[in-house]
Design a protein around this ligand. Sequence first.
Ligand code: KMH
Ligand code: ZN
Length: 304
Amino acid sequence: MSRSVIITCAPTGGIHTPTMSPHLPITPAEIATASIEAAEAGAAIIHLHARDPETGKPDPRPETFQQFLPVIKQSTDAVINVSTGGGLGMTMDERLLAATTASPEMASLNMGSMNFAIFPLLSKYKEWKHDWEPQFLEMTRDFIFPNTFATIEYALKTLGQGHGTKFEFECYDLSHLYNVKWFIDQGLIKPPFFIQMVFGILGGVGADLENLMHMHKVADRLFGPENYEWSVLAAGRNQMPFATQSALLGGNLRVGLEDSLFIGKGELATSNAQQVRRIREIVESLGLTVATPAEARERLGLKG
Ligand code: KMH
Ligand code: ZN
């Protein structure tokens, strides 16, 4: 039987803003529908952020998450992954609250502090739907995304040990793999674990193929190939090429409007499911299969 590829879909995120695409899910109903469609199209894991339904701004309130998490759970078998990255500028307590309230099977965990710049996107748009959008982008010119050893340890203890939640370890650079290793050595991360390699964020490692190959090689050496599953996401136009490369190299992948608003050059994706269907076709054309949620649960050791 051929190896199966775990597809994660991240439907909305906390980076793109409503002006950038009319297809970005904002309200709880839109996020639920986008997630259900993505799961039906083949995503085994849904990585979730919430947004204020009025403004579209990233929203950390557990009550907003609670308007769509149960709907997704009732309608699909997909693994629910609650982001602890939240939105740029939220405190760590705000970022953790939705996950500690929902106690999901998975949550994201960002593995190092870094610049996280989206201000270059400012020049692409002339008019904005909301005043907060250009202010939010501009803020990232002088911003550090804080993910200290203390806060990572706190998340591993509260969510990991306290709730049995497993993590999507977001690694935006080589150093973040070594940070994962440090927590393995402290006994706070146990196999099997899930490494999400992130390429093409300004402030993180660039989307160059040799970076992907090198991070994979170093991860194998640090962790041992039998102990972890790896996955790749790349921002913007590198999304599909990098997802394809990961599948070819034996990894898993992530798509979704959180990471890219496009389906082709200059062409906005009309839905998250469209991106999932596209990558599924590519994966299957390579002679690989797409993992079911049950397979993902087993391989990642989730609590179910
Ligand atoms: N927006 C992605 C580049 C998180 O939610 O924890 C990273 C991300 C962060 O997904
Ligand atoms: Zn995210």
